[in-house]
Design a protein around this ligand. Structure first.
Ligand SMILES: NC(=O)c1ccc[n+]([C@@H]2O[C@H](COP(=O)([O-])OP(=O)(O)OC[C@H]3O[C@@H](n4cnc5c(N)ncnc54)[C@H](OP(=O)(O)O)[C@@H]3O)[C@@H](O)[C@H]2O)c1
Length: 283
């Protein structure tokens, strides 16, 4: 197999490529976010994951504008809608606002728009949110559309009315302690790309002995092993940091590879739903 590189992409069901390594900005405060994104872009990340809920979409957009070497089309931008309005029309307008914050150009677009959570007040709200995203997609304001924290039941439910199905992406919590095997197998079967949030388990597992042993074997840090683990699984990890050194080291994962023995050891850490620090999906 060809050597992995930071420029690797996966192909979404929408036919658009997505850089496999992403950069998360949850809890990146507006006063730091532009600088963190610029550091990430300089380090080679080409994919940034924000959300309406993170209150930093404008800063992410500004970082792309300020980046001297990169054009808008060189960077993959994702955002998400969490709180539904009372109609598909109002949801659509709220999403268009996000698109403007991220890309104020005449034909502004985001690369990926997600429904942030299925816990948004029931099936009717999920339907209205999906219809708003379908409209954005149809108009070219969102090149791809998808979901986050969706279990099998929620993705199946969309089938009843969706014009775009399957969703192009499902973003869920994934790392060795939370491997969510059922939803992962379902997404793989249906060609839904799998994004891994909390890939570093928010640095709570850095001294785990199994992880530390793998890291020591390769002369890298535990968090580098965790990012590489996601890449080996075919997932799209979204490590977050506001620290310049950590932003760089989290992306410096292409000078080593995890072998079968390492992957078996890490896969053996799975704790099912108990291993999730934010949430496991409900299937
Ligand atoms: N869809 C959803 O519901 C959902 C939920 C959660 C997250 N997400 C997305 O996924 C992204 C990643 O998840 P996350 O931010 O929750 O967790 P994470 O990426 O697993 O961990 C981030 C935390 O780890 C610290 N950290 C980063 N690199 C480190 C390193 N090399 N050594 C030590 N500590 C390090 C960061 O602090 P510093 O900033 O100080 O480095 C931050 O506190 C988010 O930013 C967001 O884009 C989505």
């Amino acid at each position: 197999m060809a050597k992995r590189t930071i420029a690797d992409t996966l192909r979404l069901a929408s036919s658009h490529p997505i850089p496999q390594l992403g950069f998360g900005v949850y809890k990146s405060p507006p006063e730091l976010c532009i600088q963190s994104c610029l550091t990430a872009l300089r380090a080679g990340y080409r994919h940034i994951d924000t959300a309406q809920y993170y209150a930093n979409e404008a800063e992410v957009g500004e970082a792309v504008r300020q980046s001297e070497l990169l054009r808008r089309q060189d960077v993959f931008l994702t955002t998400k809608i969490l709180s539904p309005e009372s109609s598909a029309e109002e949801n659509y307008r709220k999403c268009v606002e996000s698109v403007r914050k991220l890309d104020a150009g005449e034909d502004g677009y985001v690369d990926l728009f997600l429904i942030h959570s299925p816990n948004c007040g029931g099936a009717e709200n999920r339907k209205m949110l999906w219809q708003a995203l379908e409209r954005l997609h149809q108009e070219g304001k969102a090149k791809s559309i998808g979901v986050s924290n969706f279990g099998i039941q929620h993705i199946e439910e969309l089938k009843e009315f969706a014009k775009v199905w399957p969703p192009h992406v499902n973003q869920i919590e994934l790392h060795p302690w939370s491997q969510q095997t059922e939803i992962v197998a379902y997404c793989e079967k249906h060609g839904i790309a799998i994004e891994a949030y909390c890939p570093l388990v928010r640095n709570t597992k850095a001294s785990d002995p199994t992880l530390a042993k793998v890291a020591e074997k390769h002369g890298v840090t535990p968090n580098q092993v965790l990012v590489r683990y996601c890449l080996e699984r075919g997932w799209i990890p979204l490590p977050k940091s506001d620290n310049a050194m950590r932003i760089q080291t989290n992306a410096d994962v292409f000078g080593f590879a995890l072998d079968k023995e390492d992957m078996e050891a890490l896969n053996g850490l799975n704790q099912g739903a108990k291993g999730a620090i934010v949430q496991a999906v409900s299937n």
